[in-house]
Design a binder for this molecule. Structure first.
Ligand code: BJW
Ligand code: ZN
Length: 248
């Protein structure tokens, strides 16, 4: 892929010590996971307020569980793509590296990123509303599923109006505010508080890079917008960092 990098960006790739990569649904698009917004987005077909809130779940747990079962089936069949693998190869190139994702598909971990902050939970995990125990069961004796304690199970993801997992956002925000190179990859940048991370990075003096086929809500604050697919651009960035650091 032929990409033009600005001198300032090359400088940042050469010298950065602390890097943060923040990802959204777009990194998994090339693996076959539908994104939420946009032309082929999940929310063209489903209304989020009917599915991605606790109220919706209380009203109709069966419908909400159907939606998650459908998406689990997709995720069970797919593999990480070159974007996930390039990101997984980045940590040794920096003194300090942090990967934070809004994705619930677990593909970063499958690609080898074992230290990943999952801001919106994990779609394969179930949590009991009564005893809070977690499990990864997929075959349920009854549907909608129940915990062995008799309580109702829910997918362990973060719905609108819910708090993010304890400490997860704080950890990501700390990394973002103190890094010198920040990548925002494949997110529309509309969902808070995740969308505030690139701003925190910029405020902290980081060089902020966005990888997305289209401009987004956060493009205006970025130092470099690389227009294209994560699976094509992240491997090129990885190679450039390796090259530049060999020369040092
Ligand atoms: C590619 C590509 C390729 C395509 N390569 N790129 C009013 C104003 C401001 C805030 C609020 C408000 N009202 C409510 C809020 C807060 C709310 C919020 O932000 N709402 C906004 C939408 C308005 N946030 C919350 O409620 C959060 N909690 C919270 O704030 O707690 C405090 C609080 C408590 C009580 C009251 C108020 C506040 C929780 C947010 C939880 C989000 N949950 C979801 C569902 C998860 C479970 C599930 O998966 O089912 O998380 S929503 C959905 O959006 C999912 C995603 O993680 C998240 C972000 O989406 P993402 O990743 O950006 O995907 P897309 O589809 O939007 O974008 C994909 C991008 O990829 C596009 O740009 C493409 O171009 C690009 N792309 N192919 C690279 N190959
Ligand atoms: Zn239980």
């Amino acid at each position: 892929m032929d990409l033009m990098f600005s001198d300032k960006f090359l400088d940042a790739l050469r010298t950065a010590k602390k890097a943060v990569v923040a990802t959204g649904a777009g990194v998994s698009a090339e693996s076959g996971v539908p994104t939420f917004r946009g032309e082929d987005g999940l929310w063209k077909k489903f209304r989020p307020e009917e599915l991605a809130t606790f109220e919706a779940f209380e009203r109709n747990p069966e419908l909400v569980w159907e939606w998650y079962r459908y998406r689990r089936d997709i995720i069970n069949k797919i593999r990480p793509n070159p974007g996930h693998y390039a990101i997984a190869a980045m940590p040794p190139l920096f003194d300090d590296f942090c990967l934070v994702t809004q994705n619930v598909d677990g593909l970063h971990r499958v690609a080898g990123s074992d230290d990943v902050i999952e801001l919106h939970g994990n779609i394969k995990r179930n949590r009991c509303l009564k005893c809070s125990r977690e499990n990864y069961d997929e075959d349920f004796a009854e549907f909608p599923p129940l915990c062995s304690c008799g309580g109702r199970l829910r997918p362990d993801v973060v719905w609108f109006g819910e708090l993010l997992p304890a400490g997860a956002f704080e950890k990501a925000e700390k990394a973002a505010s103190s890094c010198d190179l920040f990548f925002s990859v494949g997110t529309s940048g509309v969902v808070q508080p995740a969308a505030s991370l690139p701003l925190a990075a910029k405020r902290g003096g980081a060089f902020v890079v966005e990888i997305n086929p289209v401009p987004t809500e956060i493009t205006y604050i970025t130092n470099e917008h690389l227009q294209g697919k994560s699976g094509e651009i992240m491997p090129v960035i990885l190679e450039r960092i390796r090259e530049l650091r060999r020369k040092k």
